[in-house]
Design a binder for this molecule. Structure first.
Ligand SMILES: Cc1cc2nc3c(=O)[nH]c(=O)nc-3n(C[C@H](O)[C@H](O)[C@H](O)COP(=O)(O)OP(=O)(O)OC[C@H]3O[C@@H](n4cnc5c(N)ncnc54)[C@H](O)[C@@H]3O)c2cc1C
Length: 762
């Protein structure tokens, strides 16, 4: 299987890869669509028929998880216990050992913090001795020192295959040969290696691992391998009805195999998700995954070695998918924050997560990047370019030209356009990139020329031009023209627009065989309508903004502002900021920051579902394009075709009032059923299950208009409350307009959307 195959099949099937450059597989990797679907499906089954009944129904699949885990490491299914995490597995194993005072445990410097903390506790409570094994020059366990240490009795040797704090790879086979010869059990912590490095149980007695890292399973999953010979030497300290049988009186019989280390209650959904992840790992092949990820990591190592002011911090025996480094002029935590704002997600590992390693190497912390099959060269290049950028941190009382509140499509477009024109911009968002609390998340959006009122035509034209400009600047095709159909009951006034033509139901069926309109409907065909790759657009705006020096700060909430003759003071959770101009593009939270608009803006909950199809071509362009149907007694149903790995989606253009300060809640079964019912009526080819769903928010303004422009009485404060369910397509154009207005250029073409004009409509 070529490495490109490994990557291509994985990135498309990884929902999270659309939203950010995620280089933190060694933290918690992005699960695949299949893993996600497996977990959700079982939770749905539990909700439908009950937890015990669902467990019964999934018994065979649950059993298979043991077989898959065993296959991964060359063991037998009965040698495997499933746990909630690697740390729980570690505790179960160590606490089952008959450790006495004075017993020696030899631990490698690569050991994880939680392992060390537990050993310290056993030293305090049971009087064991903990000896940290010396390292060889390349950072690995010094084998001669280990051999020497094993000349005296020892209860256990424990080693992390790959530590949390570097790319070091311990020589497991050589260590196992020494412990085997000495008859001392070896516990291998494979938390950072399962799924990226081949591993075999030969000579190893205990292996602990987690599901959420390179196995790409769900959080809350882990596994414990116990060799048959070790099983006889251990006694689970907390047997429960899963791990033992109460025979009679106080006679207890332990369960056969390693399941004696499990507890009865567990998340079957998560374990089945782990099974799906193991299946994918074994199908792709750990060797192929390792080759692909190591290739990417090598590319990163090479680039970082040439980057001034950046130091690689991995020992000589480093390799694999992990790369650690520091920037000489910045704390690792600040580097991570800055890279996160650039859309590159990774972590800093502080010394207290691996003191035996980092302290020994004189490091307070390191930045850790870790790649996987859903990453590609563009992710590595984006990291290197963001890392190489020098940005002077702007802190309170700093003054800048323009502060932009909001990193949705309007705030991000405005920030980019302002920075392109040389303005110094601080952009603030209360949530991290990729959040789903606002209105700009999700994979796709519709663009159309067909609009009810010609007053929009000029702005629609500007929107198309602005998308072409953004696509060119980012080198990404963001708009795919497919044509669109907009239907209403015959006789009702419909949409109109340049080149748009009215069609009857029969002609509509020729244009979009995937859409079934009854004769009671007429429609307008818009040849310029199309699909916007919203996720790619948000990524492009973020990266272009940074390339132009925007100081983006995510996770920074604005609590208020005040204007004076000199400019604007903005109060944030991190302190005060000053600027000449303030642009508020806060989406559903606009009313909170602009009280004079609060009564005009209504936030509503909107849900979309993505539906599978036995014949995806029948719900993809050209058989289906963006559409809407004004359904009497129901409302405006709209939808988009299957596109770029996403199944076709539908939604209704209205919903219940929603409080943006309450976290988004998932789409309910009832909400999905309503939409599915409409799909069965109008989209016969969308005959599959709901494969994904999105909850989102519209900020509705009177007559579906927007508020774009300066606030009455405070010209230095501008607003973009541009949603009403149709604002995404205008993002880049409105961003350009607000940049003009903020820098003093008149834009009379936007007067129809001024906050005052909206007030008159209210
Ligand atoms: C399900 C759905 C489907 C849609 N389909 C289409 C479509 O097909 N075509 C189309 O043109 N439009 C569509 N829209 C509308 C479009 O997506 C929105 O109009 C657009 O995304 C609004 O962007 P925004 O930047 O104004 O707001 P948002 O994306 O909500 O961004 C506002 C940002 O401000 C931040 N913020 C808020 N308050 C603060 C604060 N106090 N401090 C710091 N940060 C703050 C928030 O965290 C948020 O990130 C759809 C919308 C939804 C919900």
């Amino acid at each position: 299987m070529g490495s490109n195959f490994v990557h291509l099949t994985s990135r498309d099937a990884t929902p999270g890869a659309r939203y950010a450059r995620h280089l933190n597989a060694a933290g918690a990797a992005l699960p695949s669509e299949t893993v996600l679907g497996t977990v959700i499906e079982h939770l749905r089954l539990e909700a439908r028929i009950g937890g015990y009944e669902a467990a019964e129904a999934a018994k065979e699949r649950s059993e298979r998880v043991y077989a898959l885990a065993a296959q991964l490491i060359g063991a037998q299914p009965e040698d495997i216990a499933l746990t909630e995490s690697a740390t729980v597995a570690w505790h179960r194993a160590i606490d089952a050992m008959p450790l006495q005072a004075g017993d020696r445990i030899l631990a490698a410097a690569s050991s994880y913090v939680s392992s060390a903390l537990h050993l310290f506790e056993l030293r305090r409570s049971r009087g064991i001795e903990v000896e940290v094994l010396p390292c060889a020059a390349d950072g690995t366990v010094d084998l001669d020192a280990l051999a020497a240490a094993l000349r005296k009795p020892a209860a256990l040797v424990t080693v992390a295959h790959v530590p949390t704090s570097s790319a070091l790879i311990e020589p497991v086979a050589a260590i196992a040969a020494l412990t085997e010869a000495a008859g001392v059990p070896l516990l291998l912590d494979a938390t950072q290696s399962l799924g990226q490095l081949p591993l075999d149980v030969a000579g190893i007695d205990l292996i602990v691992g987690t599901g959420r890292k390179f196995l790409r399973g769900p959080r809350g999953t882990g596994l414990l391998y116990v060799s048959p010979r070790m099983r006889e030497r251990l006694h689970p300290p907390h047997p429960d009805v899963r791990g033992a049988v109460w025979q009679s009186g106080d006679l207890v019989e332990l369960a056969p195999g390693a399941r004696r280390f499990e507890t009865w209650e567990s998340s079957h959904a998560l374990r089945l998700g782990l099974g799906a992840a193991l299946e994918e790992t074994l199908t792709l092949g750990v060797d192929a995954i390792g080759r692909y990820a190591t290739g990417l990591a090598d590319r990163l190592r090479g680039a970082l070695a040439d980057l001034p002011g950046v130091r690689l911090t991995d020992p000589a025996a480093g390799g694999g998918a992990i790369v650690t480094f520091v920037r000489d002029d910045e704390k690792p935590a600040d580097t991570v924050r800055r890279l996160r704002a650039a859309g590159v997600h990774l972590v800093a590992v502080p010394a207290h997560h691996g003191r035996w390693d980092l302290e020994r190497r004189g490091l307070d912390a390191v930045v850790r990047a870790s790649v996987h099959v859903y990453n590609d060269e563009s992710d590595v290049d984006a990291l290197v370019s963001a890392l190489g950028r020098r940005t002077a941190p702007v802190r309170s009382s700093s003054r800048t030209d323009v502060i932009v509140v909001g990193a949705g499509v309007h705030g991000s477009s405005t920030a980019w356009h302002l920075a392109q024109r040389g303005a110094r911009v601080i952009q603030l968002d209360r949530f991290p990139d990729g959040h789903t609390e606002g209105s700009s998340h999700g994979h796709i959006r519709m663009i159309r020329r067909a609009y009810p009122n010609p007053i929009w035509d000029d702005l629609v034209d500007r929107a198309y031009l602005a998308w072409a400009e953004l696509s060119a600047a980012s080198g990404t095709q963001l708009l795919t023209t497919t044509g669109g159909l907009y239907a209403r009951p015959v006789g009702e006034a419909g949409l109109r627009g340049p080149d748009c033509v009215p069609v009857d139901a029969a002609r509509a069926a020729e244009l979009f065989p995937g859409l079934r309109l009854g004769d009671e409907f007429g429609a307008v065909y818009d040849p310029a309508a199309g699909v916007l790759d919203a996720a790619a657009a948000m990524r492009a705006l973020r990266e272009l903004s940074l390339e132009h020096g925007v100081d983006r700060r995510t996770g920074c909430r604005v609590d208020g502002w005040s204007a004076d003759g000199e400019g604007v003071t903005v109060r944030t959770a991190d302190g005060l900021l000053r600027a000449d101009r303030l642009v508020i593009a806060a989406g559903p939270w606009t009313g909170a920051l602009v009280p004079e608009l609060a009564d005009l803006l209504k936030v509503v909950r909107i849900v979309n579902i993505h539906i599978g199809a036995t014949d995806p071509a029948a719900v993809s362009a050209p058989a289906l394009g963006p559409f809407s149907v004004e359904v009497p007694g129901v409302g405006l149903l709209y939808g988009l075709p299957a596109f770029d790995g996403s199944a076709m989606k539908i939604g209704l253009d209205h919903g219940p009032a929603d409080d943006p300060d309450r976290p988004q809640t998932p789409v309910t079964a009832a909400e999905a059923a309503t939409l599915l019912g409409l799909a069965r009526r109008f989209l016969p080819a969308a005959n599959g299950d709901v494969v994904d769903s999105v909850a989102c928010r519209y900020t509705m303004a009177p007559r579906n208009r927007f508020a774009v422009g300066a606030l009455a009485g405070t010209p230095q404060v501008l607003v973009a409350a541009a949603c009403s369910g149709h604002g995404f397509k205008f993002g880049p154009a409105i961003g350009a307009g607000l940049a003009d207005l903020a820098l003093g250029k008149q834009r009379p073409d936007l007067d129809f959307l001024s906050p005052e004009a909206l007030g008159e409509l209210g």
